[in-house]
Design a protein. Structure first.
Length: 295
């Protein structure tokens, strides 16, 4: 029966659960069982009146706390760093990676470790080895089997469909970034805005810096799934159908408006206001969506 706090005390003998303790956790998480009354003394709690319950709780706590430790291999760490440099746009399509020897020296690892990491990048289609020249970043539209491109082709979707999905992804990304961004993330955002302003001043359309800005926000969200989804998204949006998207950047005034919107989003992230960042991103993507919706 529930007590005055609405909690249930188990009066019947607790069933044996040596291998399947997790159903009990559902009662705890739902608030139906008073956890503090049943934590064994060895875990800093009081003793339950039911010894079988106490034994079961001991098993549960043991199984909750003991998790296998999986140290990350050095080659995985090297791979992660190189992949992030490419994803952030610090190394652009067509640019060459440092030679293996120089990378090994810069990262303090063996050349074999560098080679293993680069081979994984090659397998993913992020880079390519050119005989006698070195390793180069591949252009996104030359990378095979972009899942977003396959989905678009299979379902006969159009650019507006894509931008509607982008609205949800980007607003969530900005919201999380405002909560989790580090000073390094802020510096990446500032750098991408500076690059976009420079490109505009030189008469270019600023799309490379645009990608870097939005990817910097994805990384600032600290959600690896968000990062991966956004990488595939931008590979397709800015490279796979760049001819369609180029219309957005034909007018210098419109491009400057986009740069201003980027600054507003960054400022909301800097002041740690998730809701404001969400709204500023919503206005930004809405601006793009309205442009194509009126065409």
């Amino acid at each position: 029966m529930p007590d005055q706090d609405g909690l249930v005390t188990l009066d019947t003998p607790f069933p044996q659960i040596p291998d399947e303790p997790f159903f009990l956790l559902r009662f705890f998480s739902a608030g139906y069982i008073n956890w503090s009354n049943h934590i064994p003394k060895s875990q800093g709690g009081t003793v339950s009146s039911d010894p079988e319950f106490a034994d079961a709780a001991e098993i549960i706590l043991m199984k909750m706390k003991l998790k296998p430790i999986k140290p990350k291999k050095i080659s995985d760490q090297v791979f992660d760093q190189l992949r992030e440099i490419i994803a952030r746009g610090s190394l652009k399509p067509g640019e060459q990676l440092m030679p293996e020897r120089d990378l090994a020296e810069a990262l303090g690892v063996s050349r074999t470790t560098i080679r293993n990491a680069i081979n994984r990048l090659v397998t993913l289609g992020l880079v390519e080895n050119r005989q006698g020249q070195g390793t180069f970043v591949r252009a996104p539209d030359s990378r095979p089997n972009n899942p977003l491109a396959l989905a678009m082709e299979a379902d006969d979707a159009d650019l507006e469909d894509l931008l509607e999905v982008r609205l949800g992804l980007e607003c969530n990304s900005a919201f999380l970034a405002a909560k989790r961004a580090t000073q390094e993330d802020i510096r990446f955002l500032e750098k991408s805005i500076e690059e976009m302003e420079k490109e505009i001043a030189e008469g270019r359309n600023g799309t490379e810096a645009d990608v870097s800005f939005h990817m910097a926000i994805a990384y600032a969200s600290k959600n690896p799934v968000q990062v991966q989804i956004m990488r595939e998204f931008y590979d397709y949006l800015f490279y796979g159908i760049r001819e369609n998207l180029a219309r957005l950047y034909e007018d210098p005034e419109r491009t400057r408006s986009i740069a201003t919107q980027h600054t507003d989003i960054m400022n909301a992230i800097k002041v740690r206001d998730p809701q404001l960042a969400f709204e500023k991103m919503k206005c930004h993507i809405g601006y793009v969506l309205d442009f194509f919706g009126n065409k």
